[in-house]
Ligand binder design. Structure first.
Ligand SMILES: NC(=O)c1ccc[n+]([C@@H]2O[C@H](COP(=O)([O-])OP(=O)(O)OC[C@H]3O[C@@H](n4cnc5c(N)ncnc54)[C@H](OP(=O)(O)O)[C@@H]3O)[C@@H](O)[C@H]2O)c1
Length: 237
């Protein structure tokens, strides 16, 4: 069990969107300190947060953050990117970039901070997945693949870190009302809602958090025939 009250948290990608809402929610629940990390720390607006520079794809930047934040007990791997890359038509560099940020970024920070969490008595890591870890759509195929790979990374880390006293939560969510989905016209949940269920998941040591109805429906569809998630494959469709 990891209490938010009195914890020291580090949030990646805290400049805006879900990361910014997480920083606010952590303080509302009584966190003692929140390192709000960003590529540009000047973009952190919360008056109590400790701004910290962090580019998640840069090993030196991650190592410097780990030196600057030796008291962390909760790591939230939130930073992510969607370039709208498709497998067949987009530049390969875009696909690689999505994997660098969405898969290797959380891996670098987890490798740097797991020993810190352990030294501080255990603690918790939350990785921000997506409903697209479980289903793909045209135009977000590479993002989807990077989030599926992150889901698998989380599953592996959960087993590896449990004996070291570190809990690991994977959060899946559909559309959230942030810059990332600005061009998408669909029902969206708020970043504040995602932040609340993320912190509930950490406090409950939940392995998995499903943050909205779309995600619950897609997860249910995984055990059905493949046409449940991809109706365009049904005979006669
Ligand atoms: N919005 C959705 O519908 C949705 C749905 C499911 C999952 N998610 C996931 O939730 C997380 C947050 O998404 P969001 O909607 O809040 O996105 P957002 O508003 O676009 O914010 C993304 C955040 O990630 C940071 N970031 C991007 N690349 C980075 C890098 N290389 N190093 C460090 N920070 C970096 C950005 O920093 P800058 O300000 O410096 O760019 C920003 O703070 C992401 O992992 C996303 O994949 C989002």
């Amino acid at each position: 069990m990891t209490d938010i009250k009195g914890s020291v948290a580090l949030v990646t990608g805290a400049s805006r969107g879900i990361g910014k809402a997480l920083v606010q929610a952590l303080y509302e629940r009584g966190a003692a300190k929140v390192y709000a990390t960003a590529r540009n720390p000047k973009s952190i607006g919360h008056p109590d947060a400790v701004p910290l520079a962090l580019e998640v794809t840069d090993q030196q930047s991650v190592a410097a953050a780990a030196i600057a934040a030796p008291d962390v007990t909760i790591l939230i791997n939130n930073a992510g990117i969607s370039l709208g890359a498709s497998f067949l038509d987009s530049p390969l560099d875009d696909i690689r970039r999505e994997f660098e940020i969405n898969f290797f970024g959380p891996l670098l920070t987890t490798r740097a901070f797991a020993p810190i969490l352990e030294r501080n008595g255990g603690g918790h890591i939350l990785n921000m997945h997506s409903v697209l870890s479980w289903v793909t759509l045209p135009g977000v195929e590479a993002y989807s693949a990077s989030k599926a790979a992150l889901w698998s990374q989380t599953n592996g880390l959960r087993l590896a870190l449990r004996p070291r006293g570190i809990g690991v939560t994977g959060l899946h969510v559909g559309y959230v009302d942030t810059d990332m989905t600005a061009g998408i016209d669909a029902p969206k949940v708020s970043p504040q809602h995602v932040a609340q269920v993320a912190l509930d998941g950490i406090e409950a040591d939940a392995p998995e958090v499903l943050a909205d109805e779309l995600t619950r429906q897609v997860k249910a569809g995984l055990s059905a025939d493949i046409t449940a998630l991809y109706p365009q494959l049904a005979a006669g469709a």
